[in-house]
Design a binder for this molecule. Structure first.
Ligand code: HEM
Length: 512
């Protein structure tokens, strides 16, 4: 090798070594974690399934509620403890309210308009304000009547075709959010908007996991031509981007058409439109309304679906819980009508059951990632600006000290002397995130879940499906890797509790 080349190679090796040593030194101020390989760090350690359980197990192995992962040079911190999540993401919200870059999701798939993926700044604030103003928790009338209407339709569909319950759940959750966001009707079968949301949200929640795609670790790969070998992510992104465009444009355009023709029901979009014409910058306002309505639809439909799926699984596995809830409903509501929101304060067991659904199989088990905007010091650790945090909700909600026997589904853990026990931490305070970026739809999610569970328990029995030989088929307790995690498809048997229950359901629907 000519001397010049030998010098260049030696310089590169020396520089790489220097950078590696500098990186390893910086680990001293960070929490423990799995051993790092030179240059790629923990890239090969990042789990691709049940991440939340792997992170919880590592926490025990390293005897630390915080874990450090080096993903190709980026610092990733997993938070397994509720106290630390609150200390950082809530109490230091002014510097922990940013999101990381999402090269796959934002740059390649085009989801930069979604509030949940936006950096902390004015466009995010504008959209968040719009959402909070319209769907303020103190204004339950805005969403409860739609939840009642769609829950009643859902019960009828369960009577008519119980074997298609998974589709009915998606139809119900999609219907509530579609009508609240856009004032659109929904087709009884195979509604195109519900299908669109399921497809688009499925891909975007997959792409939002930190490190799920190599391009998130090495952002320069986003310039890689899709024709090159190894650029499969580019092809995926192109297809998913088309889905995104339809999802972003079509429901909003349909809502505007309805508003223009004077046939629109009041919705987030129609109410915002009323004030846009008076705004100083109507075009900017218009795109903020479109983004926020789309965000509401994306965030609301898929998450609620997962929690209702989990409800059916829990009822199959824990018949004694189902019976206890039915006894409470029979005593308070009786059998001649359906439960409604006025019953909520008198049904603590049903409320405890809903809390246990949020805790047992959290919908967003690994939270939604955050990024710290400035250097920060916490206990003995130093986090450089740009560090990404994964709030591991699953680990927090399975903390044996707070929730003993945490893998068992036990609504009783939230009760004392027949009332909700305020001394047990409400899982909602962890399952919906923290501080300024906490879920702005948590009250809507909880009221939809509560009414759905109370209505089903009051009128149906849910049991295991059986095969040809009469043997039970139990659902698998396996949740897919995604920001919004779903169980694998499963079967169960859903039968009305009595002919009276069936009549009550059909009669109630006539009132809509
Ligand atoms: C069981 C149902 C739901 C769960 C478990 C859930 C959970 C979450 C979590 C963990 C976050 C991230 C919070 C953080 O970074 O700390 C979030 C964000 C968000 N959620 Fe929900 N959510 C649910 C339902 C809903 C519904 C019904 C809506 C509709 C209104 C909604 C709208 C949003 C929005 C807009 C964000 C982004 C907030 C931001 O980045 O500022 N979610 N949700």
């Amino acid at each position: 090798m000519p001397a010049l080349w030998a010098d260049i190679v030696a310089c590169i090796v020396a520089l790489a070594l220097y950078l590696h040593i500098r990186r390893v030194r910086s680990y001293r101020h960070l929490p423990p974690g799995p051993r790092k390989l030179p240059f790629i760090g923990n890239l090969l350690d990042i789990p691709t399934s049940l991440e939340w359980e792997v992170y919880a197990r590592w926490g025990k192995e390293f005897n630390s509620p915080l874990l450090h992962l080096d993903v190709g040079g980026s610092t990733l911190i997993v938070i397994n403890s509720a106290k630390i999540a609150i200390d950082l993401l809530e109490k230091r919200s002014s510097i922990y309210s940013d999101r990381p870059d999402f090269p796959m999701l934002v740059d390649l798939m085009g989801y930069g308009w979604m509030m949940s993926a936006m950096h902390y700044g004015e466009p995010w604030k504008e959209r968040r304000r719009l959402l909070q103003r319209h769907f303020h928790p103190s204004n339950a009338d805005v969403h409860e009547s739609k939840e009642v209407e769609f829950t009643h339709k859902f019960l009828v569909r369960l009577l008519d075709s119980p074997e298609r319950f998974l589709g009915h759940i998606r139809h119900m959750a999609g219907g509530v959010t579609l009508s609240l966001a856009f004032g659109l009707d929904i087709d009884p079968d195979d509604d195109p908007y519900v299908k669109l949301a399921a497809e688009a949200v499925g891909t975007l929640t997959e792409a939002a996991i930190p490190g799920a795609f190599f391009v998130d670790v090495f952002p320069f790969l986003k310039y890689m031509p899709s024709s090159l070998p190894g650029a499969g992510f580019q092809k995926k992104a192109q297809v998913w981007r088309k889905q995104m465009e339809t999802f972003h444009e079509e429901p909003f355009a349909a809502a505007l058409r309805k508003i223009a023709s004077g046939t629109a029901e009041p919705s987030f979009t129609s109410l915002c439109m009323d004030v846009i014409s008076e705004a100083k910058n109507p075009e900017q306002q218009m795109s903020a309304v479109k983004d926020t309505a789309g965000m509401f639809y994306a965030a609301g439909a898929d998450t609620t679906v997962s929690s209702i799926d989990t409800f059916f699984i829990a009822m199959v596995y824990y018949p004694e819980v189902q019976l206890a809830a039915q006894r409470e409903l029979d005593a308070i509501v009786g059998r001649s009508r359906l439960p409604d929101f006025t019953d909520r304060p008198h049904l603590p067991y049903v409320t405890a059951l809903m809390k246990e659904i949020l805790r047992w199989q959290p919908v967003t088990p690994q939270g939604v990632p955050r990024r710290v905007m400035e250097d920060d010091i916490y206990e003995n650790y130093q986090f450089p600006a740009g560090t990404v945090f994964i709030p591991n909700a699953w680990a927090m909600l399975h903390d044996e000290e707070e929730y003993p026997d945490s893998l068992t589904f036990k609504p009783e853990r939230f009760l004392k002397d027949g009332k909700l026990n305020p001394e047990v931490r409400d899982p909602a305070s962890l399952a919906f995130g923290f501080g300024r970026r906490a879920c702005p739809g948590s009250h809507i999610a909880q009221s939809t879940m509560w009414l759905t569970f109370a209505s089903i328990l009051s009128t149906f029995d849910v049991t295991a499906a059986v095969d040809k030989n009469g043997a039970k088929i139990l659902p698998q307790l396996f949740y897919k890797s995604s920001i919004v995690s779903h169980p694998l498809p499963f079967q169960c048997t859903i039968k009305p509790r009595s002919s009276i229950a069936e009549r009550v359901i059909r009669d109630t629907l006539m009132t809509h």
